[in-house]
Design a protein around this ligand. Structure first.
Ligand SMILES: [Fe+2]
Length: 201
């Protein structure tokens, strides 16, 4: 029989938190016998207790009920593994340090996989060092309202610098150089391209 709370989930969560049945019972104002019944499938907590039960177990109600608790796994903060999510409708951009789900304009933002541009193609671009800046130029690419480079980003292991571009924009961005990394160029029609910056000594 399926129930809204599985005995295994409850047992595992309580054990992970290092709580005895009595300690959990006390936190939510029931007897330890009641907790024992829930954990052996001989009874279910009253639905009005679910909020308290979830907070005593340090998880959300949704996690408790579906039995899938999200562990607090702090993602590695290496920004060079960041992911760009782009709204297919308005072009909004989210930069994430790992996979996630994002939405915009009522639509799911899709993670963009970067390709290496073919040398000399419309999506190829140049990265030139001028003193302490990278000059990025994607002059082969159209900049019309229908088809344009909508952002360029400079990514190193500790940061992302993203510059938004607009149709008919004639000047290309420069980035204050903070080390070797990647330059990403995003075309609204063809997606994401990237190249390594020259080595910084
Ligand atoms: Fe393009």
């Amino acid at each position: 029989m399926s129930t809204y709370l599985s005995p295994e989930t409850l047992r595992e969560l309580r054990a992970e938190r290092g709580l005895t049945q009595a300690a959990l019972a006390e936190k939510i104002g029931v007897t330890d016998k009641a907790v024992s019944k829930w954990e052996t499938g001989r009874g279910l907590p009253d639905i009005t207790l679910i909020d308290d039960l979830a907070s005593a177990l340090g998880c959300s109600v949704a996690e408790l009920l579906c039995g899938e608790v999200r562990r607090n796994a702090n993602r590695a903060a290496n920004m060079s593994r960041c992911i760009f999510y782009v709204c297919p409708i308005c072009g909004n951009v989210v930069v994430a340090t790992g996979e996630g789900s994002f939405s915009c304009c009522g639509s799911t933002m899709l993670p963009q996989e970067a390709e290496t541009p073919e040398p000399g193609s419309a999506h190829d671009f140049s990265i030139e060092r001028v003193e302490h800046e990278w000059y990025v130029t994607a002059g082969n690419h159209p900049m019309t309202k229908q088809h344009f480079v909508s952002f360029i980003a400079y990514v190193t292991s500790d940061g992302v610098n993203l510059k938004k571009l607009y149709p008919e924009q004639l000047d290309w961005p420069r980035f204050h150089m903070t080390g070797s990394g990647w330059i990403y160029v995003y075309c609204n029609r063809h997606g994401l391209y990237r190249k390594r910056t020259p080595r910084v000594r």
